[in-house]
Ligand binder design. Structure first.
Ligand code: ZN
Length: 137
């Protein structure tokens, strides 16, 4: 089995952001020269996540509203006793999860209709990493 690893650096200008990284993952798959296998895409942070979904602005607004309802930004989180103010970002990370696994078939990402890979930033404006780990033959 072959493996290939690549890191993507993110630094979003907004505290919360959704960035389509499908092309970057596809480029990593091409560089890996792996024809059949799996690509793990994982945010290496506890306040960011990776999702697979539609690149449609209305859905993105719905997603942010839903995340804000379930894990609203507020001052009263116990986590803020540490001096941080990102309690909501940790909870949003739990809701969307930190990583996805996507299939590779005949040397390309084998995503379904409308599926795109996104980096979901919940506490941005600083440098953060994503790992892409590709395994296969
Ligand atoms: Zn924190």
């Amino acid at each position: 089995m072959k493996s290939y690893t690549e890191y993507l650096w993110m630094n979003t200008p907004n505290r919360r952001d959704l960035i389509n990284i499908t092309d970057k993952v596809s480029q990593a798959v091409s560089k890996s020269n792996i024809k059949e296998g799996l690509a793990l895409v994982s945010a290496m942070h506890i306040t960011a996540g990776i999702i697979v979904n539609d690149d449609e602005p209305g859905f993105h607004r719905d997603l942010w509203k839903w995340l804000e309802q379930l894990a609203p930004y507020r001052k009263e989180y116990e986590h803020h006793r540490t001096g941080e103010d990102n309690g909501d970002a940790h909870l949003k990370n739990i809701l969307v999860h930190h990583q996805v696994v996507v299939p590779i078939t005949e040397g390309k990402l084998d995503l379904g209709p409308w599926q795109e890979i996104f980096y979901a930033e919940f506490d941005g404006c600083r440098r953060k990493r994503i790992i892409i780990k590709i395994l296969g033959e």
